[in-house]
Design a protein. Structure first.
Length: 132
């Protein structure tokens, strides 16, 4: 299977997912300490602080659409529908998600929503490629 530009964007998105996991975990560990992180995590921890909470929510937000994005990219490739629509769509999705992370982490309103909308447009474009 060829590493198409769409698959490269999917791979970059998977790397971004790992970055989000690590950044959120690191922020939470800095709040609760290494002993908590290494332990069984029994009991109810205190709610996350502002940064850790935003990072955890940004991660959850990515994970809501990532399976749909991955499936759409793979389906488009298998169906032979790679083209301008999937190329642009995958780039919009990835770069929208990339911009969304620091905007959410640092509490930037409105522009964060624009970045999210850009990623959603990209996802819809990839899905639309399956039908055109």
């Amino acid at each position: 299977m060829d590493m198409t530009p769409e698959f490269i964007m999917l791979a970059f998105t998977l790397i971004l997912a790992l970055v989000q996991i690590m950044w959120a975990a690191s922020a939470r560990t800095s709040e609760l300490g290494l002993k908590w992180n290494a332990g069984a995590r029994d009991g109810v921890p205190p709610p996350p602080g502002p940064l850790a909470g935003r990072l955890m929510r940004a991660q959850a937000n990515l994970f809501e659409t990532l399976p749909i994005f991955a499936a759409a990219v793979i389906m488009a490739h298998v169906a032979g529908e790679d083209g301008q629509l999937t190329f642009v769509g995958t780039h919009l999705y990835f770069f929208g998600r990339l911009a969304y992370l620091p905007l959410y982490a640092f509490g930037v309103p409105y522009i964060r929503s624009v970045a999210w909308a850009v990623s959603l447009v990209g996802l819809v474009m990839v899905i639309a490629a399956l039908f055109v």
